[in-house]
Every structure is written in structure tokens, then in C-alpha cells.
Design a protein around this ligand. Structure first.
Ligand code: MRU
Length: 362
């Protein structure tokens, strides 16, 4: 991703100090601040407080959290406790469990003295792999956009929900990877960016698209269906926090409504899904995925820049008013046109065929 014209990633390391740096996403788009993370506790806090968020980035950050802990205590007990603490930070994105299981599988057989270095190298490798995975999702998704451009001979309008962009991964993003590659390759694209109440991750999407120079328009969540009806959306691409083996997808709250509207209007609806977001053990996504229930204060309050240039919270709703704040919803496979993975695009029912080994039941 480009920030102020320079290529950047969402997470990076200081190799000599063996510490981790993140962009504090709770402050964007009002302030761009980097935070150094030096401990397991700080890693857990960063994920829980959504300083880092987005399924792939949560997974990679957790891998670094394990590596940071191994520097101070590399016993089996410390490894297991670190994974337990990190797993408890956020429940819905399966990338967290995927990354922690992977770190445990790599580290457990090793001699304790080897673990600190191995953990650091492995987390670095996972971060590099995340970039390659998302770039591959971009390469597979790009022909979909090109085909629409060949057919219509005009700018292709793509709607996205939440932030499944570079900020939600190490780089490229998942839903945005085909968009960035189309834009960089000269295919004219325009992105409808949904606000995504209540956390307003659309602000992050608009910020990174603007930094990269991709034309876009910010809309409230309620407007998406209207633009689809008007023929002003050619395709929808969203990210995924947890896909089932049948191709149901859990993603940010509101995704399901977009899928319904896209279906009603005959608009292709794609889920950009790295294999780290697929839960092969899931049979029934609607009942088996834990949907994160977040604080009602996210709905009762709004954050923004005040006239004096300071970031402030404003209260919308009385503190005593009951609110419900589910963070995610599940879109059934029948509403998903295709799942764009690093191995190619599959219809939901064919997803397992792209991953013959991984999809085998344990
Ligand atoms: O609550 P968040 O901001 O972590 O939710 C993010 C999303 O729902 C994304 O769409 C999803 O994680 C995919 S990110 C490539």
C-alpha cells in the first residue's frame, strides 16, 4: 500500500530489537501514528482494542505475539498460555486460530533454546506469505474486473463493505487486491465505499484508496442497495472473517444485506478469501460461528474531528438506551457468486476442490 507516496505495510518489525510496529488503526483517518509492540500483553491489547484489525492482520499480529513471548519464556507452558490469551482476544476471524495453531505446530517439537529464534523467523515468514497470498488473490480477481471492462468499455464500479484492504492484512488486502491491481494496470475502476457502522471501517478503506489514488465514493450503508438498483454497481467484492467448507461466509455486519441486494439485482457478489480464513471444520456456518458482540458504546457514540482540530467523541444515544451490536453476520453460500482465493476462484460448492489436502477432515 502507498502512504504519503511511499510503499508501506500495516505491520513491520525492528529486526535488531526484535519488536513489532503497527499503525494504530483506532486513530485513522484523523492521525497516522505508529506503535511499537514489545510484549505479549501489548499484542493482546492491540488486537482487542482493534488497533490492528481485519482477519489476516489479526492472525499475523498474533503470530508475532507468540514470538515476543518466546523471547522472555519459551517453555511449553508459556507457549500454550500465550496462544490461549491471544485466542481469547477476538472470536470470529478464524485466522487467529489458524496462526496460533501453526505457531504451536512449528514450535512445540523444538528444543526450548531454539524456540525464540524459530518463532521470530516463522512470524516473519507468515507475514511475507500473507503479502504473497493477497497478491495472488489480486491476480485471480483481476480478470473478473477486466472482463467487465471489456464488456462495458467504461469505468467499472465495485462496491465493498468494511475494510478488507491493505490495512486489514500485511499488504494488498483481500477484497482490494484485485482493485489495486486493476487500477495499477490501467483498468479504470471506481469503488463505492460503505461506511460500515458502527466502527466505520469504511473510513479506513476510503483513506487507503485515497492514499493510493484509486477513485472512490464514500456512502452510508443504507445507500448500497439503491446504487445497485440504479445500475451503478457492476460487482461487489467483500472480505471474509471465516468461511465454511460449503462457502458460507462470515464477514462484517451488513455484508448479508449487500449480498441480498446484489442477488436481487443480478450483480455478482465475490468473497475474497485467503485459505487462512477458511474453517474446514465448519458444517453449519449460521449456528457454529461465534459472532462477536461488541460494546454498545460503539453505537451510542461517534468519533470525529471537532472544529478545533481535535479528535472527540460525541454521544448520540442516551447511555441507558439498550443497544445490540453484533460485529459480524453470515452470508449463505447461495448468495455468493464466487470465492476468490490464492489458488483461484471457485463457486462456493467447489471450494474444497481448490484445497484437496487442507479440506480433508481431521
Ligand atoms: O472488525 P474488523 O474490522 O476486524 O472486521 C474486518 C472485516 O470484517 C473484514 O472484512 C475481514 O476481516 C476481512 S479483512 C481482509
Amino acid at each position: 500500500m502507498k502512504i504519503h507516496g511511499k510503499a508501506r505495510t500495516s505491520i513491520w518489525t525492528h529486526e535488531a530489537r526484535q519488536t513489532v510496529f503497527i499503525i494504530d488503526q483506532t486513530l485513522l483517518p484523523f492521525a497516522l501514528e505508529e506503535h511499537e509492540i514489545v510484549s505479549l500483553d501489548q499484542t493482546c491489547e492491540a488486537i482487542r482494542a482493534m488497533r490492528v484489525r481485519g482477519a489476516p492482520l489479526i492472525g499475523i499480529t498474533a503470530a508475532y505475539g507468540v514470538a515476543l513471548q518466546m523471547k522472555t519464556d519459551c517453555t511449553d507452558h508459556a507457549l500454550n498460555e500465550a496462544c490461549r490469551a491471544l485466542l481469547a482476544t477476538r472470536p470470529t476471524a478464524v485466522n487467529l486460530a489458524w496462526a496460533l495453531t501453526h505457531m504451536q505446530q512449528v514450535l512445540t517439537p523444538l528444543d526450548e533454546l531454539e524456540r525464540a529464534d524459530a518463532a521470530w523467523q516463522e512470524a516473519n515468514k507468515m507475514a511475507r506469505d500473507d503479502i504473497a497470498t493477497n497478491a495472488a488473490i489480486g491476480e485471480h480477481g483481476l480478470p473478473l474486473i477486466r472482463a467487465l471492462h471489456t464488456r462495458h468499455q467504461r469505468t467499472i464500479n465495485i462496491l465493498t463493505h468494511c475494510n478488507a484492504g491493505a490495512l486489514a492484512a500485511v499488504d494488498w488486502g483481500t477484497a482490494t487486491a484485485p482493485i489495486y491491481q486493476a487500477h495499477d494496470g490501467g483498468v479504470p475502476v471506481h469503488v463505492w465505499v460503505e461506511e460500515t457502522r458502527p466502527r466505520n471501517q469504511g473510513l479506513l478503506t476510503a483513506w487507503e484508496l485515497r492514499e493510493h489514488g484509486v477513485p472512490h465514493t464514500y456512502i452510508v450503508d443504507n445507500a448500497g442497495g439503491h446504487f445497485m438498483q440504479q445500475g451503478r454497481v457492476d460487482m461487489v467484492i467483500v472480505g471474509v472473517d471465516r468461511a465454511s467448507r460449503k462457502g458460507d461466509i462470515a464477514n462484517k455486519i451488513g455484508t448479508y444485506q449487500k449480498a441480498l441486494a446484489a442477488h436481487d439485482n443480478g450483480i455478482p457478489f465475490y468473497a475474497a478469501t485467503p485459505s487462512s480464513s477458511i474453517d474446514w471444520q465448519l458444517d453449519n456456518a449460521l449456528t457454529e460461528i461465534e459472532i462477536e458482540e461488541r460494546s454498545g458504546d460503539e453505537i451510542r457514540h461517534l468519533r470525529g474531528l471537532s472544529h478545533d482540530g481535535l479528535t472527540r467523541d460525541f454521544r448520540l444515544l442516551d447511555e441507558s438506551s439498550p443497544v445490540a451490536n453484533p460485529g459480524f453476520d453470515v452470508t449463505p453460500a447461495r448468495l455468493v457468486t464466487g470465492i476468490i482465493t490464492e489458488r483461484g476462484i471457485a463457486a462456493p460448492a467447489q471450494l474444497a476442490a481448490l484445497f484437496p489436502l487442507e479440506s480433508q477432515r481431521l
